[in-house]
Every structure is written in structure tokens, then in C-alpha cells.
Design a protein around this ligand. Structure first.
Ligand code: GLV
Ligand code: MN
Ligand code: MN
Length: 408
């Protein structure tokens, strides 16, 4: 039996960013595989039966496999330069919760099967589409489209998945497996300031706000930086950076909308070379899906205008979109009755639980993050709060497994 703190300590050196603080744990990378193998070993050490399904999702059965299973887990990949808790806290807490249920003898009274799950490429850092594993199993992304996605090296998901031991012909919607899941509970570090000024370490998720990603690709004329007069240039970097500079004002025109460019690419990328291509990836989020659309339209229009002014072309393509998702009411009502003091928090961050929610009853628990920072090395979670998160998860699992009655 290990507690959540010591479980996280076991992986604290895996995938450290060699360029600075934080982690580089890209989806379907050797590092994610190493973390997955750690999870498999921890599950095996506990005597759990494990399997990796056709979409690369890892399952560990804490009881005999069966229908109407209660499933808990999260992901082990990170954004570039990410923190230690986004994903791994939910996985380590799942193992720690299992340990508690086992040690107390409660698991023997479970009325439903229990499984732990780890989803691959949740961040979409490698192939651009967040929650790739849960999108694939639910059919939220078509297998053909996913298989054709490429990473920064030009490697297709089909090839990378094959190298990961998956069969590209079997990747895609898996209704039979999904039907076995009776409820999915994901515990996650809180990614904002929602719990900082409260006396509560744990919150219950109410919704995940709508979010999407778009690729803006500007193309112009590559040329010599010294011989090309300013009046004769078709420079995509100028067009793209003008758009990026306008985004804060365009987003601010819509209350609560957030729009971010966190990744750009200049091709071919030489100091003395006028680029022939410039790309940026835009992330927009708002609780009202219509507002996301409006923000996208205003930024797209601005991109067309700046492209026209600078003599370059722009093409815009959607990489993913998830509408605002509300967690399953009946399940959330049960969580609220078990954790009556836990605030209800909407999330600006996407999660596999949000992708699963339209298909299986899903819910989330958030554990306080004293810095309020996430997707950065400063992301934090106090050890007492980590343990409070596990206690909350144990209560919820006991309720779902029918071990302890839910107050009516
Ligand atoms: C994932 O954490 C996201 O919200 O992008
Ligand atoms: Mn996450
Ligand atoms: Mn994340």
C-alpha cells in the first residue's frame, strides 16, 4: 500500500524537461510509455488484471471485469513544460484509493466492478487533438482522420500508434468497451484559482466550457533578407504576428472569452531569410459555444485582412472542438450528497471525463492548487490536499460501488 504522495514521488524524475523546470511527457512518446509501464507495474504489484485497449487506453481491473463498472483515472502525458500534477495526480489517486478500499476490506463488498484507467495523449501536445484516446473510443474523432494526423516531425499517428503496439486497423469507436463503463470519475488538480480562497481542498466539477483549436497557416514568398526591399515583400510572419497582436483586443470584446496562441512555427526559420510560411495554433474557450464561434469569426476576418494587406495567403482549419459539457446530473447529485461541503466548479480546462460524459455518466473532482497556475512548472498541490483528494475519491467510489449508501 502506498499513499498518493509516495506514488507521485516514484515518477517525479520521469520526463523532466531538460531545457528548464517542468516536464516533457508528450502523448505516445517513450516517456508516456515509461509512465504507462510504471502504472502497469503498480497495478500488477496489486494483483490487478491489466489490458491496453485498441486505442491505447490502459485498464486495470480492481475486481473481476464486468458490466456497469465504476472507473476512475486520468492521464500521464503533459503539455510541453507542464507541471507534475495535471494528469498524474488522478492516476496516483486512483491507485491510492484502490489501496484504501482494499486495506479497509470495503472492496470485498463492492456491488459493481471497479477499474482504473489511463488515457493517452490527453493534452494533444503531439498530434494536436486533445483527449485523443477518449475521442477515439467514443467516436468523437473519426479513426481515419486520427490516423492521418502528423506530429512536428511529420510522423503520422498511424505509424506512431503501430510503434506503440497498436493495430491501426483496430483503432476507433469501441462501443462494447464503453458500454461496460457504468460511471467514470476523474480526479484532477484544479487548474485555476477556484479553491484558493476557500477552506475546501476538493471541488466537484459542474461543467467544462466549450473549447477548440484552429490552425492558421500563412504562406508568402521566401526571399533574401538583405536584397528584398520592404515594398517587395510577401512576408507571412508579418501577417501572422499582426493577427496575434490583435487577438487580446478581439477576445476582450466578448465577456469571459479566452483566446490564446501558444505555438507558432516559421518556415524555414533563418535569421537572414524572409519566411515562406508561418503558422500559429489558436485556442478559444467560452461557456457559450456561439461566443466561441464569434471570436473565431472575428480573428479569422482579421487574418484575411492582414493577409490581404501583406500580399500573403492564409488558410484556417479546425483541429478539434468540444462544446460546453455538463457533467451527468444524477451522478453529480450523488457526489454532492457524499461531499456536501465541496463547491461546484466549472472548468476552463478540457478533460477526458468531458469527452466521455455524453456517452457514460461522468464526473470530476478537483483538488486545490495553491498557485492557481497550471500547464506550467509552478502548478502545485499540497500533500495534505493530495490526501484529502484521495479521501474524497474513496468516498465517491464507495458510494458508486454500493459499499456505503448515499444519503438521500
Ligand atoms: C487540457 O488540459 C486543456 O484544457 O487544454
Ligand atoms: Mn489534465
Ligand atoms: Mn492539461
Amino acid at each position: 500500500m502506498s499513499d498518493v504522495v509516495s506514488l507521485l514521488a516514484q515518477i517525479e524524475d520521469t520526463g523532466r524537461d531538460t531545457r528548464g523546470p517542468g516536464y516533457q511527457r508528450a502523448g505516445f512518446s517513450n516517456t508516456e510509455r515509461e509512465l504507462r509501464d510504471w502504472f502497469l507495474a503498480e497495478a500488477a504489484r496489486r494483483g490487478l488484471d491489466t489490458e491496453i485497449d485498441d486505442n491505447g487506453i490502459t485498464w486495470a481491473w480492481a475486481t473481476a471485469p464486468g458490466d456497469d463498472a465504476v472507473v476512475t483515472g486520468s492521464h500521464l502525458d503533459s503539455v510541453p513544460g507542464g507541471g507534475a500534477f495535471d494528469g498524474p495526480l488522478g492516476v496516483a489517486s486512483a491507485l491510492a484509493a484502490f489501496d484504501e478500499l482494499k486495506a479497509s476490506g470495503a472492496l470485498e463488498r463492492a456491488q459493481r466492478p471497479l477499474a482504473l484507467a489511463v488515457f493517452p495523449e490527453e493534452e494533444g501536445s503531439r498530434f494536436g487533438v486533445a483527449c485523443l484516446g477518449s475521442r477515439l473510443i467514443t467516436g468523437a474523432i473519426e479513426a481515419d482522420r486520427a490516423l492521418g494526423l502528423t506530429d512536428a516531425n511529420g510522423d503520422t499517428f498511424a505509424d506512431v500508434a503501430r510503434g506503440y503496439g497498436l493495430d491501426p486497423n483496430r483503432i476507433g469507436t469501441d462501443e462494447a468497451r464503453l458500454e461496460k463503463v457504468g460511471s467514470f470519475i476523474e480526479l484532477h488538480v484544479e487548474q485555476g484559482i477556484g479553491l484558493i480562497n476557500t477552506d475546501q481542498a476538493v471541488a466537484i466539477g459542474s461543467s467544462i466550457i466549450g473549447h477548440g483549436r484552429w490552425h492558421f497557416a500563412f504562406s508568402g514568398q521566401g526571399n533574401h533578407a538583405g536584397t528584398t526591399p520592404m515594398s517587395h515583400r510577401a512576408d507571412p510572419v508579418v501577417a501572422g504576428s499582426r493577427v496575434i497582436g490583435d487577438i487580446p483586443v478581439l477576445a476582450a470584446g466578448h465577456d469571459q472569452a479566452v483566446a490564446t496562441v501558444g505555438r507558432t512555427l516559421i518556415h524555414p526559420g533563418g535569421t537572414n531569410v524572409i519566411a515562406s510560411g508561418m503558422s500559429f495554433w489558436l485556442d478559444i474557450r467560452h461557456a457559450d459555444d456561439a461566443v466561441v464561434k464569434q471570436v473565431l469569426e472575428s480573428i479569422s476576418k482579421r487574418a484575411q485582412d492582414h493577409a490581404g494587406d501583406t500580399g500573403v495567403q492564409v488558410s484556417i482549419s479546425q483541429e478539434s472542438y468540444s462544446p460546453t459539457t455538463y457533467f451527468t446530473k444524477e451522478l453529480n447529485d450523488r457526489l454532492i450528497s457524499l461531499l456536501p461541503n465541496a463547491p461546484l466548479l466549472p472548468s476552463g480546462a478540457g478533460h477526458d471525463a468531458g469527452i466521455l460524459a455524453p456517452h457514460v455518466p461522468s464526473a470530476m473532482l478537483y483538488v486545490r492548487n495553491p498557485t492557481g497556475v497550471s500547464h506550467a512548472p509552478e502548478e502545485a498541490c499540497e500533500v495534505d490536499d493530495q490526501r484529502a483528494g484521495v479521501s474524497a475519491l474513496v468516498k465517491v467510489l464507495e458510494g458508486e460501488l454500493g459499499i456505503v449508501g448515499v444519503a438521500s
